[in-house]
Write a protein that binds this ligand. Structure first.
Ligand code: MRU
Length: 356
């Protein structure tokens, strides 16, 4: 069911838009596909609906997907726990549906694993326990973002300009943002920092979401066509490129929105530094390197002009929506547990970030 949420006015005037609002009995999902023109929340009261919201990109961004899925599990437990003796099987089936919604962002599987662990201790308090876990995942992500904001901003002292890609702000996370959180914190310390955002074809997360979020915060931003990035670097206007991540392998190779690898390659050529900002829930310690990361390939029609989307058309489209940037092209990985500089040159890689 779609409706204009009563909190719409708050969202428009608050500095930080909320992608997800947990009501206790349902999940309100801001439909990011229609921003910035329309601020509309869709209300979901079952796990299948939440899986569909993720699949259809109403909610997107690695941490936000994980948080949404966690609330989807809560809805599943609420629906099945008191209604069926086989409630756990029904919940596990819903978890599988949620896991199938998108393949690349590891935060989805990380959050579902955490929720599954709570299920194994199930007793009469399961509804409370599972709810607590989802709310904690959400709160921890927000806290991690604030921490990363501080740590990343320290690297930007003296910088005059930055370029970011895709959307990594409040809309993509539990709030504040990863790469965009660093930019928020850096601008708070240095209001003259110039912020550039790539439009991020084909879904235009940069044009539709990032510059809108920044403008809501009163932060001036300059949009560029993705293909203008090399020329921007050549102009000397930026010192850093700052991006988020959907999955980081144990050696620091980083999957992020398609185009990130091109930016990192161009950055090397132009002496521009390259920063990845992501919570440790984005690190997939099971993967030795980026070769094992599944890259989501979406439908050709997301790229193709409609006239070619017909049977027997000679024109097709290849639409991978993420790519993998090798750790050798990354100058800093910023997480809530600390910063790893030059991850490919450290003998231990990013292992210092593994658990406490
Ligand atoms: O396809 P999307 O919009 O879900 O892709 C999101 C990105 O690639 C983000 O840059 C990444 O998830 C980091 S979000 C903090």
């Amino acid at each position: 069911m779609s409706f204009l949420h009563s909190q719409q006015l708050n969202i428009m005037t608050n500095s930080t838009a909320k992608a997800l609002i947990w009501t206790g009995k349902s999940l309100d999902v801001l439909d990011q596909r229609v921003l910035p023109e329309i601020t509309r929340y869709d209300n979901y009261n079952d796990a299948n609906g939440v899986a569909e919201a993720i699949k259809s990109m109403r909610v997107r961004g690695a941490p936000a997907i994980g948080i949404a899925a966690a609330y989807g599990v809560v809805l599943s437990v609420q629906a099945h726990f008191s209604n069926s003796t086989n409630w756990k099987e029904a919940v596990l089936a819903d978890i599988e549906t949620l896991a199938q919604s998108r393949p690349t962002a590891v935060n989805l599987f990380w959050a579902l694993d955490k929720m599954k662990a709570v299920l194994t201790q199930a007793d009469d308090t399961i509804v409370d326990a599972i709810t607590k876990c989802a709310v904690q995942i959400h709160a921890d992500d927000l806290a991690a973002n604030k921490k990363m904001g501080d740590l990343g901003a320290e690297l930007l002292v003296g910088a005059k300009g930055v370029l970011t890609h895709c959307n990594t702000g409040s809309l993509a996370t539990g709030g504040y943002g990863t790469a965009l959180g660093v930019i928020r914190s850096a601008v708070a310390q240095n209001p003259t920092l110039n912020v550039f955002a790539g439009e991020t074809r084909p879904w235009l997360q940069g044009a539709r979401l990032t510059v809108w979020e920044l403008s809501q915060d009163g932060i001036p931003a300059t949009l560029i066509a993705d293909s203008a990035a090399a020329w921007l670097m050549k102009s000397g206007k930026i010192d850093w490129i700052i991006v988020g991540a959907d999955r980081i392998a144990a050696n620091g190779d980083t999957a992020n929105k398609i185009g990130t690898y091109s930016l990192a390659t161009l950055a090397k050529q132009h002496g521009v530094k390259f920063m990845v900002v992501a919570p440790t829930s984005t690190i997939d310690w099971c993967l030795e390197n980026g070769d094992g990361i599944e890259i989501e390939c979406r439908e050709a029609r997301e790229l193709l002009p409609a006239c070619y989307d017909v049977p027997n058309s000679l024109v097709s489209a290849w639409n991978p929506v993420f790519d993998v940037t090798p750790a050798t092209l990354i100058d800093a990985i910023v997480t809530e547990k600390g910063v790893v500089l030059n991850p490919s040159q450290q003998s231990t890689g990013i292992a210092s970030l593994k658990n406490d």
